[in-house]
Design a protein around this ligand. Structure first.
Ligand code: SAM
Length: 456
């Protein structure tokens, strides 16, 4: 397709609607795509009915997630048969399905994977010029998606991508083929963005990457990931720093040390294990054994601060025998996670595990998933009950008018509901926990509670 001159003016007054599926990186990509559109005159709207341009920012990590977008496209086809709109598919399904999307959904005009977002302005030029089929599907890039404008959807927590793509070859995972090779942003750019975020009023920053701790500094400073964490935490005005997702292979004791020495680094680590069986981990090509993973957990547990640990687990991976699954269950006891995100294995195109077959029947996967979730529910309940009587600092993220409850989050990523007021949203309070469930806590403001609470 030919290069056309920028036509920002052509977009002025046009509206767009963007719906996002999947991980936090997708959420943040959508914020940057929205910023790119707004910088050229598009106005965001809340529904697709009001929009001239409709975008779906998609996820293909499991089959169900990928199919969702085609169901949305089917709905749009019926709704706009006599009033066609410009429709685009972005993200992982766009990259995975490529031009096949035009066959399955001929009403789509734009198909663009995340590794091609740097080309979005060009692609938008082409659309505004009247082109009906526009694609950005190249994967061979060393560029990150930098934008002048980012529309931030969360008023308190600012996402900041430090590394894009993924070079791991986990046998179950589609990400390397949908997001392209790893490319890290230089530390000076990251730190400058943190300072800008503080100027805009953000106090919490979440650093993002598919493998966030595989980040490598391309700037002359050559900082390590742990040094970067320390530098971000030292930016004046930053009160909370989170980072996700860490891979156990790159998880070093320095990360724990820097958390210990910088109070602004949240006491929370998400460290996906995927399976408790060394045999399954080897088939998954994860690059660590059960024992090596547990050694990393031990290092986290020896920190001066109590650090909350969460994980991702896949059940029913091809060849997972009952003994392997039992190993995953005993790992739950060994680690005592504060939160577990668990999934049934879903075979994905272009992954090496597709060649292994899908040997665990769906029904059995479902049974294992329920057993694991029920067991973990009890662990979480026990761990949360141990928080009763303790005081925690929370950032209030929302207010539920019907219940008169403020919803706050601790640095360890626990949610505490407590009697509050709408104007508390965005402020920090100390809250004493009075009751606990498996997924959240209940409390009262510590300065309004009976004396005798304990700050952990
Ligand atoms: N990049 C991160 C990593 O490797 O740890 C996380 C990527 S993914 C967005 C989040 C989780 O989805 C993974 O940790 C894994 O548990 C799950 N997942 C990935 N591929 C899957 C598949 N084929 N079937 C089921 N779950 C999957």
């Amino acid at each position: 397709m030919s290069r056309v001159e920028p036509r920002a003016a052509a977009a002025s007054g046009k509206t767009f609607y963007i719906e996002t599926f999947g991980c936090q990186m997708n959420v943040h990509d959508a914020e940057k795509v929205a910023g790119t559109l707004m910088a050229r005159g598009y106005r965001p709207v809340e529904t697709h009915e009001e929009a001239d341009l409709i975008l779906y920012n998609t996820c293909s990590i499991r089959e169900k997630a990928a199919e969702k977008v085609f169901s949305r496209l089917g709905t749009l086809k019926k709704a706009y048969r006599n009033n066609p709109k410009v429709i685009g598919v972005l993200g992982c399904v766009a990259q995975q399905e490529g031009e096949r999307i035009f066959e399955r959904a001929p009403q789509v005009s734009l198909v663009c994977g995340s590794a091609s977002y740097t080309k979005l302005p060009d692609l938008l030029d082409q659309l505004e010029f009247g082109n009906k089929r526009v694609t950005g599907l190249g994967l061979d890039t060393d560029e990150c998606f930098e934008t002048e404008v980012t529309r931030r959807d969360n008023p308190f927590r600012a996402y900041l991508t430090i590394i894009e793509g993924c070079d791991q070859r986990c046998s179950f995972c589609v990400v390397p083929t949908t997001r392209g090779p790893e490319r890290s942003r230089p530390s000076d750019k990251i730190l400058a963005e943190c300072r800008r975020l503080v100027d805009e009023g953000y106090t919490e920053i979440q650093l993002l990457g598919q493998i966030v701790n595989a980040w490598e500094d391309a700037s002359p400073a050559r900082r390590s990931f742990a040094e970067l964490l320390g530098r971000v935490a030292e930016v004046p005005g930053v009160r909370r720093v989170r980072f996700t997702t860490s891979h156990p292979r790159y998880f070093t004791p320095e990360i724990v040390q820097v958390i210990d020495s910088h109070p602004a680094l949240c006491d929370q680590i998400h460290l996906p294990v995927q399976s408790g069986s060394t045999r399954v981990l080897a088939r998954m090509l994860r690059g660590y054994s059960r024992e090596e993973y547990l050694a990393k957990i031990d290092c986290i547990r020896r920190a001066k601060r109590a650090i909350s640990i969460s994980t991702d687990i896949i059940v029913g991976f091809c060849g997972e025998a009952m003994e392997d699954f039992e190993q995953t269950m005993t790992l739950l006891d060994a680690v005592e996670y504060d939160q577990v995100f668990s999934f049934k294995y879903s075979p994905r195109p272009k992954t090496s595990a597709v060649g292994f077959g899908d040997s665990v029947p769906e029904e059995e996967k479902g049974r294992r998933l329920s057993a694991l979730q029920e067991y973990q529910r009890q662990i979480q309940l026990r761990r949360n009950q141990a928080a009763v009587g303790h005081d925690f600092e929370v950032l209030v993220e929302s207010f539920q008018p019907r219940l008169g409850q403020a919803v706050g989050r601790t640095t360890s990523n626990r949610v505490i509901n407590f009697p509050g007021a709408p104007e508390w949203v965005g402020r920090y309070f100390h809250v004493r926990v009075t009751a606990a469930g498996p997924n959240s806590l209940v409390g009262v403001r510590a300065d309004q509670a009976d004396p005798g609470g304990v700050t952990p």
